[in-house]
Ligand binder design. Structure first.
Ligand code: BES
Ligand code: MN
Ligand code: ZN
Length: 500
C-alpha cells in the first residue's frame, strides 16, 4: 500500500544515475563534498538560479533536467538557507519535501550534506523517515493503477550519501519502526467500513503478536461479564459484534514495572445511531476509529524498535448504527465503574466507549499514566482547526511533556481548560451524568465526561477529530488519513519513559 521505498545509506561513490539531490544555502553555497562532486557546473547552477529566481530559501527547490556536464538525469537543488530567526530545519519535513518534488523518480541519490558542513546521522534518519512517510499511498482499491505502475513497478530506490553509513543505518532502524507504525495507522483509518468492522479490526491488532506483543481480545459476552454497559450500548444496534482489545508490550527490564497506557476510541463507523447524522460527509465517519488505529500503530512501533518500556494499548471497537436494537436517547446505561449515564444523543458515543475503556485500564493496568486518543467532537475543529489536537488533562507534567513531544514531531497539541463549572454541565436529572452538555464548549464537556472515569490516574485526552483525517496535505503526508499521534507518543515514550 505504501509506495515501497528501498532506503540505503552509502558513502560517496558514483552517485550519478537517476536523480541527484543536493542542498544549497544562501548564494547557492554548497557543502565541500557536494562542491567537489559538482565541480565545473558552477556557471550552469548560477545561471539556472538566476533564470528561475531561485534563492535557496528553506524550503525551496530548483529542478534541472539533464544538466549539461553532469551524468545524472536530473539535479534537484534544495534550498536550506535559514535566517537566524527562522525555525530550524526539520529534517523529516525536508525528506518529505524532497520526496514530493521528485514524484515518481525511481533511482535517487541524495548528497546528504549541509552548506556549512556535515549533518548528523540522526538528521539523515529523520530525512529518510519523512521521505518514506511522504511516499505513502493508499490505492489498494483502485483497479487501474496510474501510468507506469500497471505492473506494480512503483518502487523507489533511495540512496542517502553520508559520511558514516553504518551509524546512519542504525539511527534509521528506530525510524523505520515508527514509519511502519504510522503507515499501519493510516492503513487502518483509510480502510472502508465494510472491510474494517470491529472483528476485522481486532484481527489486525492480533497481528502484533508477530512482534512479541501479547494481544487479548474480549468479545461481547466477556465485556458483559465485566459490566461494560456503556461500550456495549453503542454497539448494540449493529449486526457487527463489538470487541475490546488489550495489547501488552513488555520491553522494560522488569515485567512488573508499571506500564504506560494508551487508550483509543475505535468506532469503525459512526452513523450517529438513532440521533442520525446528516448524509453529507458521513462517509468520513469510517475514520472514527483513528484513536484506536494510532494505539495499534504505536504498539507496532514500540515493539518493532524493541523500546525499553512496558506499554499497554487498550481499544474499544464498535459500530454505531441505527436499528430496532439500537440504544436510544433517554436510555440510562450502567457503566463498568457503576456510574449511570443518561443518553441524550446517541451520536455522543465515543465517550461511552472510552468511559468503560478508561475505567478498565485504570483498574486492571494501574498505569503510570493514561493517554487516550479519540476523534471525539466536531467542536474541536471549530476551536482549533486542523493545526493542533485538543489536549485535556488532570496533570501538568504529562501535559508539558506532550506539548514538548508535539513540537519535536510536528504533531502539535493545544491544552484546553477544564474546571468544575464545565463539569456541572453534564449532571443529569435522572442519572449520575448525561452524555452531552449542550451547545457550548462541546469539546470541554466531552473531556469532563471522560474525566469522571479516570480517578486519580494521571491522564490526558487528545481530541484528534481535526488532525487524524481529512486534513490538508503536508510535507510528510498526502493521504486522507494522517496516522496522527504515532510519532507524538513514540517520542513521549522515548524521551521520558524508556529505560536507558
Ligand atoms: N465522531 C464524531 C466526532 C467527529 C466529527 C469526528 C467530525 C471527526 C470529524 C462524534 O462521535 C460525534 O458525533 N460527536 C458529536 C457530539 C455531539 C452529539 C455532542 C459532535 O461533535 O457533533
Ligand atoms: Mn458520534
Ligand atoms: Zn464518533
Amino acid at each position: 500500500m505504501s509506495e515501497t521505498v528501498e532506503i540505503t545509506f552509502a558513502p560517496l561513490a558514483a552517485a550519478d544515475a537517476g536523480a541527484l539531490v543536493v542542498f544549497a544555502g544562501a548564494d547557492l553555497k554548497l557543502g565541500a563534498n557536494t562542491l567537489a562532486h559538482l565541480a565545473g557546473t558552477q556557471t550552469l547552477l548560477h545561471g539556472a538560479a538566476d533564470t528561475l529566481k531561485f534563492k535557496a530559501k528553506a524550503t525551496s527547490a530548483m529542478d534541472l533536467v539533464r544538466p549539461a556536464g553532469l551524468p545524472c538525469e536530473r539535479l534537484l537543488v534544495v534550498g536550506v538557507a535559514v535566517k537566524p530567526d527562522d525555525k530550524p530545519l526539520d529534517f523529516a519535513n525536508l525528506g518529505g519535501f524532497v520526496a514530493g518534488k521528485l514524484g515518481k523518480a525511481k533511482v535517487i541519490h541524495v548528497l546528504f550534506e549541509g552548506p556549512e558542513g556535515e549533518w548528523s546521522a540522526a538528521d539523515a534518519a529523520e530525512f529518510a523517515l519523512g521521505f518514506r512517510l511522504r511516499a505513502y499511498k493508499f490505492d489498494k482499491y483502485k483497479s487501474k493503477k496510474p501510468d507506469g505502475e500497471e505492473n506494480g513497478v512503483s518502487g523507489q530506490d533511495l540512496t542517502i550519501v553520508v559520511a558514516d553509513p553504518s551509524v546512519a543505518r542504525r539511527a534509521y532502524e528506530a525510524r523505520e519502526a515508527i514509519a511502519e507504525g504510522v503507515e499501519l495507522a493510516r492503513n487502518l483509518v483509510n480502510e472502508p467500513p465494510n472491510v474494517l468492522y470491529p472483528e476485522a479490526f481486532a484481527a489486525r491488532a492480533e497481528e502484533l503478536e508477530k512482534l512479541g506483543v501479547d494481544v487479548e481480545v474480549l468479545d461481547e459476552k466477556a465485556m458483559s461479564k465485566l459490566g461494560m454497559g456503556a461500550l456495549l450500548a453503542v454497539g448494540q444496534g449493529s449486526k457487527r459484534e463489538s470487541r475490546f482489545v488489550v495489547m501488552r508490550w513488555k520491553g522494560a527490564k522488569s515485567k512488573k514495572t508499571a506500564p504506560v497506557a494508551i487508550v483509543g476510541k475505535g468506532v469503525c463507523f459512526d452513523t450517529g445511531g438513532i440521533s442520525i447524522k446528516p448524509a453529507a460527509g458521513m462517509e468520513d465517519m469510517k475514520g472514527d476509529m483513528a484513536g484506536a488505529a494510532c494505539v495499534v500503530g504505536l504498539l507496532h512501533a514500540l515493539a518493532k524498535r524493541k523500546a525499553k518500556v512496558n506499554a499497554v494499548g487498550v481499544i474499544g471497537i464498535v459500530e454505531n448504527m441505527p436499528s430496532g436494537d439500537a440504544y436510544r436517547p433517554g436510555d440510562i446505561l450502567k457503566s463498568m465503574s457503576g456510574q449511570t449515564i443518561e443518553v441524550i444523543n446517541t451520536d455522543a458515543e465515543g465517550r461511552l466507549v472510552l468511559a468503560d475503556a478508561l475505567w478498565w485500564t485504570k483498574e486492571n493496568v494501574k498505569p503510570k499514566f493514561m493517554v487516550n486518543l479519540a476523534t471525539l467532537t466536531g467542536a474541536i475543529l471549530v476551536a482549533l482547526g486542523v493545526e493542533n489536537a485538543g489536549l485535556f488533562s488532570n496533570d501538568d507534567e504529562l501535559s508539558a511533556r506532550l506539548a514538548e513531544a508535539g513540537k519535536a514531531t510536528g504533531e502539535t497539541v493545544w491544552r484546553m481548560p477544564m474546571s468544575p463549572a464545565y463539569d456541572k454541565l453534564i449532571d443529569s436529572k435522572f442519572a449520575d451524568m448525561k452524555n452531552t452538555g449542550g451547545r457550548h464548549a462541546g469539546s470541554i464537556t466531552a473531556a469532563h465526561f471522560l474525566k469522571r472515569f479516570v480517578g486519580d490516574t494521571p491522564w490526558a485526552h487528545l481530541d484528534i477529530a481535526g488532525t487524524a483525517m481529512s486534513s490538508p496535505a503536508t510535507d510528510v503526508n498526502t493521504s486522507w488519513a494522517s496516522g496522527w499521534g504515532v510519532r507524538l507518543l513514540d517520542r513521549l515514550v522515548a524521551d521520558h519513559y524508556e529505560e536507558r
